[in-house]
Structure formats: structure tokens, C-alpha cells
Ligand binder design. Sequence first.
Ligand code: ADP
Ligand code: MG
Length: 262
Amino acid sequence: MGEPYQDREASDPKLRATDLTRTFGRTPHTVDALGPLDLTVAPGEFVCVVGPSGCGKSTLLRIAAGLLRPSMGTLEIRTSSPRPAAMIFQDYGIYDWKTVRANVRFGLDIQRVPRREANARADDWLARMGLSDFAHAYPATLSGGMRQRVAIARALAVQPELLLMDEPFAALDAQLRTILQDELLDLTQSLRTTTLFITHSLEEAIVLGDRVLVMSARPGRIIAEHRPPFPRPRTGDIRTAPEFTALKSELWDLLRKEAAPV
Ligand code: ADP
Ligand code: MG
């Protein structure tokens, strides 16, 4: 399972945004939400985007997911197979009327994967997420962290070429958030899933990212790029490294300037 390691060296990006701009509304009441912004995500790369609230992060992800059109510029996703991009939104959108297993199988059903295989793959993901005992439960009976694990399992079960995540852990308490960050770190390092991850948590971005991109206040542009100096495979232990704290405060200085009222 997963991409061969040399994919990481490939020069063709999985995602490329060029002069990407998005405006909402009609003149004279337009809101410049995003850009112009340039961005690439290489195969196997985990790119985190941080930025102040309302700077256009979700707009960027919705454009990448094909749910919104750019006003100007382009965003291309290079797919080498029929595998889809997968998304996990803030509110994780799992279906309360479907069982946990059916939720995880959802993307596979859409791809018309035969039921037996789909169930086997769903069960494999449920096991990885520690949810085997809940395969036949309904989401309403699960805790927030378990629901979030269902959403992650559902997204990863389709082996997406590109994983798009919009603040997936924002609604969770700090402890659970740390646990899920570490799980996602493990998973994406073993599968080498190309990921574009939106967060407003600097810690999350530094733990997970090969690169951390900082966005300006609206209309969001990329104003800085950092590569956390921690080799792969890394673990959550880096949170206590002095370099971690140093990078976090450097990024915080940038972000604070953007978030400050003008
Ligand atoms: P973020 O995710 O960084 O908090 P968003 O991408 O959700 O920011 O929003 C960026 C800006 O665009 C905000 O000012 C928001 O109010 C505006 N916006 C987002 N979606 C719409 C929409 N569908 N219609 C009008 N304005 C929108
Ligand atoms: Mg958002």
C-alpha cells in the first residue's frame, strides 16, 4: 500500500496553483477572499498552510477540491490514476444514518469497488483507527474523537492521490488533538500520502508538515515558507525540541502581525 518513495523526488507537482485569486459577491460589494497565490505540492509531500481567521484558507481548499472556481488564475491537480482527491472538512460530514463501516466504505462504494473488497478495506481501516468494535454502530453513539477517526478512515480508505484537510482537528480538545496528530503523522509517513493540510495551529503545522506556508490576512497570499528541521520519519516527540519552540515563535511573530487589527 502507498506510493513508492522515489515519488517524493519527482519534479511534477500533484497540485499547482498559479496566480490563484478568488473574489466573492458582485461589484461594488465584492470581497477579495484569496490571492493572488502560487502554490505547489510535490508527490508525497505534506504541506501545511496556516493563516489568520478569514484569510481564505477554506476558499483555497474548496478550489482544490473542485467545489469552487477561481476568479482568476488556475489550480491544477495532476492525477495519474482514477483515484480521487479526498477531503476532510472541519465539520467532518459523516452520515449519521449510515453505520460506521458504511461511512468508511462510502468512497469505495462510489468507486464501485465490489462489496466484499470494500468491506475488507473498510474493516482494515477501522482496525487501524481502533474502531473495529464500532463497525456496526451509528456515528451518533460515538465521541467526537471517534467520529473524527471515522472521517480519516473514510478519506484514507480510497487511497487518495491527494488528501485535502481543512482544520480537521479544530473542534477537538487539546489532548485528543495531539493523539490524532500523531496518528496522522504515522499514517502519512507510512503511506506517503500527498497532503494539503489547513490549520490555524502552528504546533500542528510544524509537527506534520514538510513545509509550513504562512498566509497573510485576507486576501490571503503566501508570505513565508518554512521547512521544519526534523527528518522523517519523525514522531510527536519533536514537540519538546528547542528547534520546535524556536520555529513556533518565529511563525507566531509573523501570524500575529497578520492577525493584528489595522
Ligand atoms: P478561512 O478559512 O481562512 O477562515 P475563508 O476561506 O472561509 O477563510 O473565507 C475568506 C473570506 O471570504 C472571508 O472574508 C469570508 O467571509 C469570505 N467568504 C468565504 N466564502 C464566501 C461565500 N461563499 N460568499 C461570500 N463570502 C465568502
Ligand atoms: Mg476555514
